[in-house]
Design a protein around this ligand. Structure first.
Ligand code: GLN
Length: 279
């Protein structure tokens, strides 16, 4: 088949499987399978390709609704590239609001943060990329996630300013002092997880989604224990679910955090809740 026929064939088979971005995905999967860039699709559209088993393999994965980022092994976040696989949540554009807030907070200062539930490492790595004097501890319960995050820290050139901790935040809260705590913890209500779209519920790690009965378990725990870990004047900043900002604000108030505020995501929803430890 010719290159443009293969793209058409891929587009049709993905569209039949209800993949919305069928044409774009077919092109990206073709480029991955043959290790070509998108220009090749234009300049070589009439080339004959006899062997395209690898392309079919990738199309079949996408037809099952496996996320593109896992198939391609990469995701874009804050303009940086992150390796991702099924051990980690795919970075979401919503999370950029949290990262931007923390970048404003730290700027050029020599602050150290603790991030909880690092997954791909997208949050602390992009913070360190933009805040050249900052340092981070990043924790995750999954040692597989930690190895993904380590790889991303290296490829993004911040490996020497980040320390990874493999542990369960409910059992092994790090005994350190930091200027801020950041987290995008699992926050979906347990009952809601089975109703999420296939791409998410069948492919992304459930452990990164399940936030307990009301979705707020991590906020309650991290806020309570985290207070003592934060230096005076330091901050706590969370990403929250679309309907959780008021509940998380209350959790912060109950634990003595002051000057609590919100930041909105691109859809205008309160996505970030932050507060300060002020004596
Ligand atoms: N910190 C990671 C992210 O924001 C993982 C979050 C999670 O697994 N809940 O992508």
């Amino acid at each position: 088949m010719k290159v443009n026929e293969l793209i058409l064939y891929g587009t049709k088979s993905l569209a039949q499987a209800q993949i919305e971005s069928a044409r774009l995905d077919a092109k990206l999967l073709f480029c991955k399978a043959f290790n070509k860039d998108k220009i090749f699709l234009i300049t070589n559209k009439d080339d004959d390709i006899a062997e395209y088993g690898e392309y079919e393999k990738l199309l079949n994965r996408r037809k099952m609704h496996e996320p593109m980022q896992y198939i391609l092994g990469k995701a874009e976040f804050m303009g940086l590239e992150f390796y991702v696989d099924s051990n980690v949540l795919i970075p979401r554009p919503d999370t950029e609001a949290l990262v931007e807030k923390v970048i404003d907070e730290i700027a050029d200062s020599k602050k150290t943060i603790l991030e909880i539930g690092t997954g791909s490492g997208c949050i602390p790595i992009s913070i360190l990329h933009f805040c050249k004097n900052a340092k981070a501890f990043a924790m995750d319960i999954s040692k597989y996630a930690i190895s993904v995050a380590e790889k991303n820290a290296k490829s993004n050139g911040v490996g020497n300013r980040i320390e990874f901790i493999n542990g369960d935040v409910f059992k092994d809260f790090p005994n350190i002092k930091v200027d801020g705590i950041v987290s995008n913890p699992p926050y979906i209500e347990d009952d809601v997880v089975p109703t999420l779209m296939t791409d998410v519920k069948d492919y992304e790690p459930q452990i990164a989604l399940l936030g307990g009965k009301d979705g707020l378990d991590f906020y309650r725990h991290i806020t309570k224990i985290g207070y003592d870990v934060i230096n005076d004047g330091g901050f706590i900043a969370y990403e929250v679910g679309y309907n959780q900002s008021e509940a998380v604000k209350e959790i912060l108030e109950d634990n003595n955090f002051k000057n609590i505020g919100f930041c909105k995501d691109i859809a205008g929803i309160n996505r970030v809740v932050y507060g300060y430890k002020i004596k």
